[in-house]
Design a protein around this ligand. Structure first.
Ligand code: 6LW
Length: 508
């Protein structure tokens, strides 16, 4: 099963090229293949790894941190804690990933020969301080590690040892928030230091400086920020946190995060920060970023979509869950298995509810502004259902409970937590369903970004929507944080079996 990627024809492609909560992209090229890593916060497994042959079509091929020994998220890890921004590089024939676990082990470095995995055990980096670590090698093989605030230290990537003092390379653009997401590149006669600035909200932007050595001094680009949509009404906002890569023809391209607010003023984004693609030209030794839009001219090489379109439905007939499925903090095999009832995913509750970060939950990112999620649930031995989750304080869910024979819709919006509707249903398995309908044309500025309808299907497939709720309350503008919606299955009592899960995009 593959996550949805951009649609692309010979004449155009759509942004985001990786829709849904795949933020803080870092990209590298290995021959004709491109790989990209994203942050993943409280979710397990962590650091999704995606593959492309044309920079437009992407398929998630794994997660770099798929073992508890790699990804230790303590029981009190809050939503948007955990794994922050990674940097992914290919050097000396190996893939290297450096990333910060802000809720546990700090900065860590991993290596792999196959980016789909397995990745190594962590190399700890006690001498690397700060988030958004980057690694780059100079001509004599010295490895430089640069972090947010643009501090830099020399690093042995094999042992994790650091050498010398942490020097400050650049204070960023005057007046802008602390520089983050640094990436260092040797391009032509210069070393370039790319940064994000302005914070990851509406003031986000990308700036750059250059120097003659990897340790500076660096002179800022006169045109900084080289990309920002701040103070515009552009449909793509919060643009920043970029990385540079050369296309198959040697041209330069930038991946970066952006959001697509919907509804009226101020606009609410619900899919998290998504990965976008934009071309870059070099003029007088400085990058000039092309116009970033939702429909882009196709790159000057043949597009190479994946052989198989992403399947919508997962029948859980494999031993392992597909890589795009995520849980919260960990995924104990004794509580989450497809082996107990072949052809079903069995979740065995361990006491948490959706209001906690240890609830038994298996979900996938919402990638479309209008979509439908359905799952066939047998809760004969417990209670569980289907949730639209932003974090433990902002979620809508529809659950079934054999003991009461009820299907009920719950809504949690900050301090408010209530059963919105309930209805008796016939005993036995039931299809629970969520329809998300985006608001595309806005007549009333008070309109939210979408409507979230939750309910169940009658045996003949008729949708009984028990509640239709305003989606603005499951948006980052309301909830805060760094993630996006995840649609998933959960169990809050006993064992619950999910025979299949179907995710249907209802818009491009
Ligand atoms: C990321 C950093 C940031 O590490 O947010 O606002 C963090 N800036 O670049 C999480 O995405």
């Amino acid at each position: 099963m593959k996550v949805t990627s951009a649609s692309g024809t010979e004449s155009s492609f759509s942004n985001p090229v990786i829709p849904g909560f795949y933020p803080d992209p870092s990209i590298c090229r290995a021959g004709d293949d491109y790989y990209l890593a994203c942050s993943s916060f409280e979710y397990f497994p962590g650091v999704p790894i995606l593959h492309s042959r044309d920079l437009v079509h992407w398929t998630q091929i794994g997660n770099a941190l798929d073992r508890p020994s790699q990804l230790r998220l303590p029981p009190d890890t809050p939503s948007s804690g955990g794994i922050y921004a990674p940097t992914l590089r290919h050097h000396d024939g190996r893939f290297r990933l450096i990333v910060t676990n802000v809720s546990g082990d700090g900065n860590l470095l991993f290596t792999a020969t196959d980016p789909a995995g397995p990745w190594s055990e962590p190399i700890r980096l006690p001498g690397v301080h700060g988030i958004d670590p980057d690694i780059a090698w100079d001509e004599d093989g010295t490895c430089w590690c640069t972090t947010a605030g643009v501090g830099q230290i020399r690093l042995d990537p094999h042992t994790g040892e650091t050498y010398g003092e942490r020097r400050r390379l650049w204070s960023g653009v005057p007046g802008a928030k602390a520089p983050e997401a640094p990436h260092l590149y040797r391009i032509g006669d210069h070393w370039y230091l790319l940064i994000a600035e302005g914070g990851t909200e509406r003031g986000h932007g990308v700036s750059i400086a250059r120097g003659r050595t990897p340790t500076g001094p660096f002179e800022p680009c006169p045109a900084n920020p080289i990309l920002s949509h701040r103070s515009t009404d552009h449909p793509i906002q919060n643009t920043g946190h970029a990385d540079l890569v050369q296309g198959p023809d040697g041209s330069w391209w930038m991946v970066l995060l952006g959001v697509r607010p919907g509804g009226g003023t101020p606009g609410w984004h619900v899919l998290g920060r998504e990965t976008h693609l934009v071309p870059v030209e070099w003029v007088d030794g400085w990058p000039v970023v092309g116009e970033l839009s939702t429909v882009m001219p196709a790159p000057p090489w043949p597009l190479r979509p994946p052989a198989a379109a992403p399947e919508r439905r997962d029948d859980f007939d494999a031993n392992e869950l597909a890589p795009h499925w995520v849980s919260l903090r960990d995924r104990p095999t004794e509580n989450c298995t497809t082996k107990e009832r072949p052809g079903s995913l069995t979740l065995r509750a361990r006491g948490g509810s959706l209001d906690d970060t240890d609830v038994l939950f298996v979900g996938r990112r919402q990638q479309h502004r209008s979509c439908r999620a359905r799952t066939l649930v047998d809760a004969a031995q417990g209670r569980g259902g289907l949730a639209v989750r932003l974090d433990e304080s902002h979620h809508y869910s529809v659950e079934t409970e054999a003991a009461t024979g009820q299907v009920r819709v719950r809504a949690r919006i900050g301090p408010l937590n209530t059963v919105v509707a309930s209805r008796p249903v016939s005993p036995g398995p039931v299809v629970l369903r969520v329809d998300v309908t985006s608001v595309d044309t806005v007549n009333d500025p008070r309109t939210g970004p979408d409507l979230v309808s939750l309910g169940f299907e009658e045996p003949d497939g008729t949708f009984v929507a028990l509640a239709s709720l305003d989606g603005r309350y499951l948006s980052t503008e309301v909830a805060g944080g760094f993630t996006g919606r995840v649609l998933g299955m959960f169990a809050t009592a006993g064992s619950v079996h999910f025979d299949w899960f179907d995710y249907e995009p209802l818009d491009a």
